[in-house]
Design a binder for this molecule. Sequence first.
Ligand SMILES: [Zn+2]
Length: 334
Amino acid sequence: VILGGGHAKVEEAGGDLIVGVDVGGTNSSVGIVDGEGKILAQARFPTQAGDPAETYVGRLVGVMRELHGRLQGAPPLQAVAIAAPAANSREGVVESPANFSWGRINLVAMVKRAMDLPVSIINDGNAAALGEARYGVASGMTNILIITLGTGLGAGIVLDGRLVQGHTSAAGEFGHMALVPGGRQCACGERGCAETYISAPGLRRTVFELLAERVDESPLRRISFDELTAEMVARFARDGDAVANAAFEKTGDYLGRLLASLVAAFDPEAIVLCGGLVNAGDLLVSPARRSLSEHVLERCRGVKLLVSGLKEGQAAILGASWLARETLQGAVSA
Ligand SMILES: [Zn+2]
C-alpha cells in the first residue's frame, strides 16, 4: 500500500465522512472526504486486475479501514462511493471492464457485505467529470468533457450543468470509439478503438511500432514491452530521444483528432485532461492542442483544452463522494 496525500486535522473536518474509491486498471485510490470536499487522507494500492474480484474487495476493505483508523477522533464513515470502469450505477454492477478479469460482478453488494454501509457506484469517467465540475479547473462551467488517460481512455460528459450517463451508464466510453478502421486489437473485441492508441498501453504500442519502422539508435530498443512504462517514454523524450518524441507526437495527434470529433458532438466550453498519461505534460498536450485546432469545427475554435490540477484519482474520488452525499441527503436520485 502506497500512502500519500496530506492529512488535514480532523477537528477541521466539515460534515460527515464518506470514503471514495477510484478503481483504476493499474492502481486504485482511496480517499476519506469531508462535507466540504476536502480529502482528509488518501492511499493508493495496486489493483492487480488479474486477481478475482473477491481478492480485490478484501484488499480494498482493508485499506479503507486502515485509512479511517489513522484519522484519530474522526466521526464514523457514512457511506462508500466507488468510481469504477464500466460501472452501471443503476444496477450497482461492473460490466466486465476491459483490462480486468472480473467479468460482470455486483461490486456494490460485495463491498456492502464487508462494510455494512450504504454503497454507491458510478462510472469512473462520470465521477471524474463531477469532481472536476465541482472542485477542479472547470468548476463553474456547465458544458465540459473530462477525458481520463491511463490504462484506458475514459470520459465524463457534463452538458447544460447535468451529468450525462445514458441508458446503461455507458455514455462517454470514448475509448471504444472507432479511430482507425481495421486498426489495433482492443480488449473489448473490436479493432482500432481510440484507447488502443490514446492511453498508456497505446503509447507503448506506438513506441514499438516506430522502433519497427525506423532504424535510428534509441535506448528504447533495449527495453522489453512489459518493462516499458509511459513514464519511461516521457523521460527518454525529455532526454531528446527521437523515437520517444515521435511516439508522443503521434499520440497527441490522435488525441487532438478524437477531441475535434467530440467537440462536434457536444460543443463543450472546455475539455479537461486527467489521468496518469497526462503527467507527460506538454509532450502530450502540445501536439494534442495543435491537432485539435487543426481539425476542430470553425465555430467551436474557442474550446479550452485544460489539464486537471487534481492529483491522480482525486477527481473521481471527489465526484463519486459528492454524488453519494447528495444522494444520502435526498438532493438527487442516482
Ligand atoms: Zn475497444
